[in-house]
Design a protein around this ligand. Sequence first.
Ligand code: ADP
Ligand code: ZN
Length: 289
Amino acid sequence: MKLGAIEAGGTKFVLAVGTDKGDILEKEVIPTEHPDITVPKVITFFEGKGIERLGLGGFGPIDMNEHSDTYGQLQKTPKTDWVDYPLGAKLTEALQVPIVIDTDVNVAAMSEAKWGNATDVDTCLYITVGTGIGAGAYFHGQTLKGLSHPEMGHISVRRHPEDTYEGTCPYHADCVEGLAAGPSLEKRWGKKGHELAEDDKVWEMEAYYLAQALTTYIYILSPERIIMGGGVMKQKQLFPLIRKKVLELLNGYVSSPYLTEKEIDKYIVAPGLTDEAGIKGALYLAMEK
Ligand code: ADP
Ligand code: ZN
């Protein structure tokens, strides 16, 4: 059986046709532009390929209640062109297949648990630090959802004493996404993320914010593994800085062998599926249904 998978991100959409065994047969990446430009390209990619179901892991907020009239509709996303855009309905209508929807980060957590760096545990968290910051959780066979889905990128963090940047989040300004996502880094320092690689101050501040967020997630959710992906995490020097700061903030309060200097590099890790966690997770969504 052929299935369709979409990883809808703020910068790019990854589209794939795969099998019900989880193999990807064909893949294409297109930029995220206005929905009137991007969505017709998505439809053209899948047309005539014989897919029987479509899994979509998308940036949020998005209506994920299957019984709602607005299932698959984007909500108050900072990507303003997409606010209230009925993505799910447009795709089902055009392709005439059922669609299964979850957040990009929930499906990434799920695919890391199935195929990646969290196959040996029952609970994990996947965080992306890219155009935005978001985290998804996979706990005992299910992704974490409730009223809506978790919005872990929009929590408050303590400001770095030397940071005067106002923050990019259109809803909260200086939430963790507003202070530490890719666009905030670029605006604060006036250079592209990859051009900042050598500047220690940049990464010390970045780790200061991300470690606070991780510490909060550890206190609230107690995941057995934390996986960090997204464009900004390509700066590998961030990992040791974040690990060190998390231990410092926890200050020994949570007892776990993982939360020690010796073991923390097995606890806060990069994705096992490198750039494929999202798209494989979207395929897994379609497989599961
Ligand atoms: P998306 O969020 O659309 O899924 P990405 O995870 O690739 O996409 O994130 C894109 C963001 O990551 C951009 O804001 C960019 O500045 C930042 N980024 C991409 N590559 C790097 C890099 N090598 N170093 C630092 N930042 C990067
Ligand atoms: Zn925010």
